[in-house]
Design a protein around this ligand. Structure first.
Ligand SMILES: Nc1ncnc2c1ncn2[C@@H]1O[C@H](COP(=O)(O)OP(=O)(O)OP(=O)(O)O)[C@@H](O)[C@H]1O
Ligand SMILES: [Mg+2]
Length: 395
C-alpha cells in the first residue's frame, strides 16, 4: 500500500512521482505500464527502499517500510532488475544463492534451493548451475534473475521489465512460466512492462501511469479494455482494442484437440497404422514424464523402424496459460497449423489448431458487437491481419 508517496530527485523541480496512492492486493499480480520516464522504476524502487521516498508512506502487510531495516526488507522482497542484472563473475548458483547466503543458510540448504529454483524456471541444474552469466542466452539470464529473486522465498516480488530483452517466443515462454510459478507459489508481484499485451496477459490489475506517476486508471485488464477511463488510456491501449480482447482468452479456455501419442522406441509401423485409423497426420512423442519431445509425420514414421526420441528444439508448443495471440504467433513462426499444448511441469495436454483460434476470434468479435474495428473472418487474410497487429504492438 502506497500512501501519498512522492519522490523529487535532487536538483529537479518536477517530481518523478507526485502524490501516488495505490493499494496492491496481497497474492495478486499488479502491472505498471506507462510512457518512458513516467516514474515506474522510481515507484518500484521506493517499495524496497532502493530509493527513499521524499514524502509519504509505504506499508506492506501492516508494517511501515520506511521504519524497517534494509536487510529485513530485502528478505521479504525479491527484486528482478531490468535485463537480468546478474553478477558476471559469479556462477549461476552463486548468483541465485546470494540472498540465502547473506541470511546465513548452510551450504547444503543453499545448494538444494538453487537446484529447486533452476528446475522451477525450467533450466537443468546439471547443465546450468556452474555456468557464468555470459555463457547463457538473454532469456536464460532473465530466468536466473527470476530464480534469484525467489531464492529466499519472499512474499513480495518486484520485477522491472523482466522479459524486455528477449524474442517474442521466449518472452511468451517466460511469461507462461511466471504464471505457472505464481499458481504454485502465491506471491504479491509488482511488474513493470512497456508491453500492454503483456500487462493484460499477466496482470490481475493494471496501473496505467502518466508523467509524474500520475495514475490514469487502475483496474482489471477486462475493465480497462472495456471501459478506458479517458483519452490517455484509450491511446495507450491502441487501436487494436478489439483484437486485444484476444489477449484475454487463454489456451486453457478453448477446447483442445486430441493427438496420437507415443514414446521413443515404439514400433513405428504400429504408430503409423494408429494415425491412419484416426485420420491424423502426425504423432506426438512423449518422454517418460509425459513431456512432448517432437512430432513425427506419417512420412517420417513410414521410413523408420522405431520411434525416434530426440528432442526437437523448434517444436511449436504453448502452455495452457498462453493467450490465443501467443498460440497464433507460435504457429505462424513455425509455419504450422497446430501447436502442442503443455500444462504444469511441461506435461502434454493436447493440440491447439489454427481453426480453434480463428473460431475463438470470430466468437469474441461477435460478442464485442463487431463495431467495424479490425474486421476478422475465417480466412487466411485474417491471420495476416492478426500477425501484423501483434507485431506492431510488440515492436
Ligand atoms: N537517479 C536519478 N536522478 C535524477 N533523476 C532521475 C533519476 N532516476 C530517474 N530520474 C528521472 O525521474 C523520472 C522517472 O524516471 P523512472 O526511471 O522512474 O521512469 P520509468 O517510468 O521507469 O521510465 P522507463 O520506462 O524509461 O524505464 C524521469 O524523468 C527520470 O529522468
Ligand atoms: Mg524504468
Amino acid at each position: 500500500m502506497l500512501e501519498e508517496v512522492t519522490k523529487t530527485y535532487q536538483g529537479q523541480k518536477k517530481s518523478a512521482v507526485g502524490g501516488l496512492t495505490l493499494e496492491i492486493p496481497a497474492g495478486s499480480i499488479v502491472m505498471f505500464v506507462g510512457p518512458s520516464g513516467c516514474g515506474k522504476t522510481t515507484t518500484l524502487k521506493m517499495i524496497n527502499r532502493l530509493i527513499e521516498p521524499t514524502t509519504g508512506k509505504i506499508v506492506i502487510n501492516g508494517d511501515d517500510v520506511t521504519k524497517m531495516n534494509g536487510d529485513e526488507l530485502r528478505r521479504r522482497i525479491g527484486y528482478v532488475i531490468q535485463a537480468g542484472g546478474l553478477f558476471p563473475h559469479m556462477t549461476v548458483s552463486t548468483n541465485i544463492g546470494m540472498v540465502p547466503k547473506m541470511l546465513g543458510w548452510s551450504k547444503e540448504k543453499i545448494a538444494a534451493r538453487v537446484d529447486e529454483l533452476l528446475e522451477l524456471v525450467s533450466l537443468d541444474p546439471e547443465i546450468y548451475r556452474d555456468r557464468f552469466p555470459k555463457e547463457l542466452s538473454g532469456g536464460q539470464q532473465q530466468r536466473v534473475g527470476v530464480a534469484r529473486a525467489l531464492a529466499a522465498d519472499p512474499p513480495v516480488l518486484l520485477m522491472d521489465e523482466p522479459f524486455g530483452a528477449v524474442d517474442p517466443i521466449t518472452r511468451q515462454r517466460l511469461q507462461d512460466e511466471l504464471l505457472n510459478i505464481q499458481s504454485e507459489v502465491q506471491k504479491t508481484i509488482v511488474c513493470v512492462t512497456h508491453d500492454f499485451d503483456e500487462a493484460v496477459k499477466l496482470g490481475d490489475w493494471i496501473a496505467i501511469f502518466n508523467e509524474g506517476a500520475q495514475l490514469e486508471q487502475y483496474d482489471s485488464p477486462e475493465r480497462i479494455l472495456a471501459n478506458p477511463a479517458n483519452e490517455f488510456v484509450e491511446n495507450f491501449i491502441g487501436s487494436g482494442a478489439g483484437l486485444k480482447q484476444l489477449t484475454l482468452s487463454r489456451v486453457q479456455d478453448v477446447e483442445l484437440t486430441d493427438a496420437v501419442t507415443t514414446t521413443a522406441g515404439a514400433n513405428a509401423s504400429d504408430v503409423l497404422s494408429q494415425l491412419q485409423s484416426v485420420g491424423a497426420n502426425y504423432a506426438v512423442v512423449l518422454d517418460s514424464r509425459q513431456r512432448p519431445l517432437r512430432r513425427l509425420t506419417r512420412r517420417q514414421l513410414s521410413r523408420a523402424q522405431i520411434v525416434e526420441g530426440t528432442m526437437d528444439p523448434n517444436l511449436p508448443s504453448v502452455s495452457l496459460q498462453a493467450t490465443l495471440n501467443d498460440a497464433l504467433d507460435t504457429m505462424l513462426v513455425a509455419s504450422t497449423e497446430s501447436a502442442i499444448v503443455t500444462g504444469r511441469r511441461d506435461i502434454f495436454e493436447g493440440v491447439i489448431t489454427v481453426q480453434t483460434v480463428m473460431e475463438a476470434i470470430a466468437a469474441a468479435n461477435a460478442a464485442a458487437g463487431g463495431d467495424g474495428e479490425a474486421p476478422v473472418g475465417l480466412n487466411s487474410g485474417a491471420i495476416n491481419q492478426v500477425a501484423i497487429e501483434d507485431g506492431g504492438a510488440r515492436s
